[in-house]
Ligand binder design. Structure first.
Ligand code: AHR
Length: 657
């Protein structure tokens, strides 16, 4: 479609085009030098069960402690009348259940109440599936959802009867529709017959989960992940890979198979910060490795599991005895090999069969595995080495990711990079949670990295602006600025994932985070939009770019401007990202040099992401306070001039015809 010239001119002014050539920063994009490929994995997601990201978050289960296996078995439950805790249930790894017996007097009630995760979110018109494993002959229970508000009657919002009709354990199901929206409901179950009934694995899910899976994921949260078009999905963490001790490390083998029999694990984030202490925070493993692989597949991302390398959290364990001795690593190495078999093995292999029985006979095509999370010291490479040997031997095509420790520079970082080169890992996972000043100073971080060594996975990063609850715009803007350096160096940077991903507004331990949520709503932060803009506009190849004839770096003398340019093969377009981190409007020119005479740039668009106030955040109350805007933009020949407003991330895109 051809836009009328005057319309284009008006749109161009709205997008910030300038007629003023004074002080202009001149960018030259070498259109005829299509450079290094940008990996499809370049912009991805890092998932860790921190901030109630899994149970109480992405995993759509609404009942806390559904199998009565928390160390205080009835945590999260209130009981009334005659309720006994039993421990010889039908699921070996979760033996506890409750027995509800008649309270003895007609007017007394026997039953129990679950508080959910900060309450149970119900949405008017949505259907919910209640399931329970039960045993009892000719028994009846009432299942109610109540409003948990002390000022009001605890009248049931929903009330259903369920008949239990067998002395053998059986799974029962009820599906009902909520007549109201309520963020913090509770579930109540009353015994409504003489006699007794046994109840185990009491569960409540919305029917409408992401892609409709019964043991599924919360739709709005999973959709937010899909909407990024992520190239890679890293899981399950983070520090929970290590555990506070080896006993509590993430053990993927316990996270697969029938969900009722997956054992509970501690979550180290329940006590990591005393000021955000959540004694009821555990890992049910209900969202386990099968669900992670499936989610990766459904959102189009390469799965990237991280396995424990025989080290427990080094922040918390200085005693060498807390780790696995190097001579005793076999079990851990076998776990890594078995994981690859679980993902890729055919249905006749031991672990491929487990995957098939769970509903996915086709392989998940795992291509990457991380060994160790954020490890350091000699104890790391000496453990990583036998993993590398074994994985290379059994699966030479699987790429191995090692770590450069918890710091973005310094002693451990300097020590570990050469070690990773010696071990010939394919990628090194770098982490940087750093302040604004660091992000401003790192635009050229990768310009001089050794091109012959392992590639870079910027596996956890976020700009930590001071004192903000969510993610204020300025932090996101500086992430955008820094990411121009990732993109210009896409020959060596192959993956990047912001962290952490999720936080419940009532249950967070760590902030900022990319997506916040409560029991009903979710918020895409400014950092989310930056990640999405990069992912949607990543292109296929780097294109050389200079500013005033020198390499772009965002450093001294470059007016607070950061930039990168890419070519996108499928759409035959050039995409230029410019970030103005300064508080002044910056006149720029974009010169698309090297086009052939008969080539024209058309269909110009400009996406701008800026905010009237750099402190602004998207919140539950105001989820769209700052969102990107797109408008058409005209170009005169191969040259565009524009004023980039203060504190603005601008993306220009033109088709080549
Ligand atoms: O993302 C939060 C934590 O930060 C991760 O668990 C860990 O890898 C890092 O220290």
């Amino acid at each position: 479609m051809r836009l009328h010239k005057t319309l284009l001119a008006a749109a161009a002014i709205a997008a910030g085009m300038s007629l003023n050539a004074q002080d202009t920063s001149n960018f030259v994009i070498q259109t005829n030098k299509i450079g290094a490929p940008i990996q499809p994995t370049m912009y991805g997601l890092f998932f860790e069960d921190i901030n109630y990201a899994a149970d109480g978050g992405l995993y759509a289960e609404l009942i806390k402690n559904r199998s009565f296996e928390f160390p205080q078995n009835l945590m999260g439950w209130y009981t009334f009348g005659n309720v006994e805790l039993m421990n010889d249930g039908p699921f070996q790894n979760n033996p506890h259940y409750v027995r509800l017996s008649n309270a003895g007097h007609g007017h007394k009630h026997t039953g129990l109440e679950n508080e959910g995760f900060f309450g149970i979110g119900l949405t008017k018109g949505e259907s919910y599936r209640f399931t329970v494993w039960a045993r009892g002959k000719d028994q009846k229970i009432n299942v109610e959802l109540i409003k948990n508000n002390l000022d009001e009657n605890h009248q049931a919002l929903i009330k259903e009867d369920l008949s239990i009709n067998s002395n053998e354990w059986k799974k029962y199901e009820l599906v009902f529709t909520s007549p109201v929206t309520e963020a913090k409901a509770h579930l109540r179950i009353f015994l409504d017959s003489p006699g007794s009934v046994d109840l185990e694995h009491i569960s409540l899910f919305p029917v409408d989960t992401f892609n409709g899976h019964e043991n599924g994921l919360r739709k709005d949260l999973a959709q937010a992940l899909a909407d990024i078009n992520p190239g890679v999905f890293r899981f399950p963490g983070g520090c929970i890979v290590e555990g506070t001790d080896l006993e509590t490390r993430y053990d993927w083998k316990k996270s697969v198979g029938p969900v009722e029999n997956r054992p509970l694990n501690e979550n180290r984030w329940h006590y990591t910060f005393k000021y955000r202490f959540f004694p009821d925070y555990f890992q049910s493993y209900g969202m386990g490795f099968y669900e992670y692989f499936l989610l990766s597949e459904e959102i189009g991302a390469e799965p990237l599991p991280i396995v424990n390398c025989g080290l427990s959290c080094q922040f918390q364990n200085q005693d060498p005895a807390a780790h696995v001795a190097t001579c005793d690593l076999d079990e851990y190495i076998q776990d890594a090999l078995d994981l690859i078999e679980f993902a890729n093995g055919d249905v006749n292999t031991t672990w491929g069969k487990v995957r098939a029985e769970m509903g996915h006979p086709e392989p998940f095509n795992l291509k990457y595995i991380g060994v160790g999370n954020e490890q350091w010291g000699e104890e790391y490479p000496e453990r990583l080495k036998p993993f590398v040997t074994a994985i290379r031997k059994a699966y030479p095509n699987v790429q191995i990711i090692g770590s450069s420790g918890p710091d973005s520079e310094g002693k451990q970082f300097e020590y570990l990079w050469p070690e990773m080169k010696n071990l010939k890992v394919d990628m090194v996972d770098e982490h940087f949670y750093r302040p604004e000043s660091w992000f401003l100073s790192q635009g050229n971080r990768y310009d001089n990295y050794d091109r012959k060594g392992p590639k870079v996975f910027a596996g956890e990063y976020a700009c930590h602006g001071k004192g903000k609850k969510y993610n204020h715009f300025n932090a996101a803007l500086l992430e955008a600025a820094f990411m121009t350096g990732l993109e210009r160096n896409a020959d060596i940077v192959h993956m990047a994932t912001y962290a952490p991903l999720f936080a419940h507004v009532d249950g967070w331990q760590w902030r900022p985070d990319m997506i916040w949520f409560d029991n009903l709503n979710s918020v895409r932060t400014c950092s989310y939009y930056v990640q999405q803009l990069y992912s949607h506009n990543k292109g296929t190849n780097v294109v050389p770019l200079t500013m005033d004839k020198v390499a772009v770096s965002g450093q001294e003398g470059q007016n607070g401007l950061f930039a990168s340019a890419v070519w996108d093969g499928p759409t035959q377009s050039y995409i230029v990202k410019v970030v103005n981190t300064s508080d002044k409007a910056q006149p720029v020119s974009l010169n698309f040099a090297g086009l052939k005479k008969n080539n024209k740039l058309t269909n110009g668009t400009c996406i701008t992401f800026n905010s009237p106030n750099t402190d602004l955040e998207n919140t539950i109350e105001q989820p769209n306070a700052v969102v990107p805007q797109e408008s058409p933009v005209a170009i005169d020949g191969n040259m565009l001039t524009a004023d980039i407003a203060p504190h603005t991330f601008a993306i220009y895109k033109f088709n080549k015809q």
